[in-house]
Design a protein around this ligand. Structure first.
Ligand SMILES: Cc1cc2nc3c(=O)[nH]c(=O)nc-3n(C[C@H](O)[C@H](O)[C@H](O)COP(=O)(O)OP(=O)(O)OC[C@H]3O[C@@H](n4cnc5c(N)ncnc54)[C@H](O)[C@@H]3O)c2cc1C
Length: 308
């Protein structure tokens, strides 16, 4: 049964003109496998389709939420009102746009898997993205999250991005020096649809060895095959990382129904099978409270929480 509560006429007009799913279960589109429905859902296959949809939603005053691979998201059990747009089909071929003896500029649409971009870099002996081996999700999500590890982050290799500007209703390019990247964040609320990356020519065998080493480390230290959204909390600016604080608070293995602090890596909350978003949020609060009581440190979430 459709959960449309607001804008029923506006919704009907949008549904009439676009191929939208209604009351669509969003859990299928996230790595946590939890969360309620979107009133309206679209997975556009072209830039033109996205542009028309964004213009129509703005005209009809329908709120828009967007995401990519859904690997850093916790969607609430009530789900998301308005229109949800998933950017994962905008993925035309990765291109080498410009090259000199040392540097290569790659262009990619942001629905592309980050792993495909890494593969392309390796195949073309380009270095700079080795830190990203094993990070799931799309290129757009990785840029918006400034995804990375201690070895590097997206801001190290971005040259420019193209975003949808809701004020002018146009796609505009933004150079690296206008972008406010910080730890696991890019300060932007617009949809990123394309990005240029600056990579250097390197030795293929060496690049491959670095990719393999990063992947192996990740598999050994993190529960990558379980349902999760990666590290749940940001590392504090100084001192122990979040995982160590949680482990030293004795929380590994703590469960609320099917939500559990991973035994493998304490900064992962995993969905053992049938966890709800409520279970995960209750466990998040318990972790924050326990760590605060022991260390007087407030853990901030790295996972983005969406929905009502
Ligand atoms: C097993 C596992 C391991 C992980 N390891 C790491 C790791 O090592 N390092 C790390 O940093 N992260 C890691 N993550 C978290 C996650 O994979 C990254 O943050 C990833 O880059 C998110 O990409 P996504 O497409 O899934 O983004 P989503 O989860 O879809 O979205 C995340 C945020 O980005 C925004 N966004 C998505 N697409 C766009 C777009 N096109 N334009 C503008 N904004 C957009 C969304 O609105 C949302 O706020 C891991 C997750 C899992 C499940």
């Amino acid at each position: 049964m459709m959960t449309v509560k607001t804008h029923p006429t506006a919704y009907a007009r949008l549904i009439k003109n676009f191929d939208l799913k209604t009351d669509a279960a969003l859990k299928a589109y996230t790595s946590f496998k939890v969360g309620g429905p979107a009133d309206l859902l679209s997975i556009p296959e072209s830039r033109a389709e996205l542009e028309q949809l964004l213009k129509a939603a703005a005209d009809l005053d329908i709120p828009v939420t967007f995401f990519g691979g859904g690997t850093n998201l916790l969607i609430t059990d009530k789900g998301i009102r308005g229109l949800v747009i998933i950017i994962r089909q905008l993925k035309s071929d990765i291109r080498i746009k410009k090259t000199d003896s040392d540097h290569h500029l790659l262009t990619v649409e942001t629905g592309q898997h980050l792993s495909s971009l890494c593969r392309f870099a390796l195949d073309n002996s380009l270095t700079g993205l080795e830190f990203a081996a094993g990070i799931p999700g799309t290129v757009g999500g990785a840029i918006a999250m400034n995804a990375g590890t201690v070895k590097g982050q997206m801001s190290d290799v971005i040259e420019s991005i193209t975003v949808w500007n809701p004020q002018t209703q146009k796609f505009v390019a933004r150079k690296r020096d206008t972008l406010a990247f910080s730890y696991r964040n890019l300060d932007i609320s617009d949809i990123i649809i394309e990005a240029d990356f600056q990579l250097k020519k390197g030795d293929k065998k060496h690049i491959e060895a670095l990719f393999n080493q990063t992947l192996a480390n990740k598999k050994n230290s993190q529960p990558v095959s379980q349902k999760s959204a990666g590290c749940f909390f940001k590392n504090p600016k100084t001192g122990m990382p979040a995982g160590e604080l949680i482990e030293k608070s004795g929380l590994k293995g703590t469960r609320i129904n099917d939500a559990m602090v991973s035994e493998h890596h304490a900064n992962y909350i995993v969905n053992l099978n049938n966890a709800t978003s409520c279970d995960i949020l209750a466990l998040k609060q318990l972790v924050q409270k326990t760590v605060f009581e022991k260390f007087h440190i407030n853990l901030e979430t790295e996972v983005r929480i969406e929905g009502e």
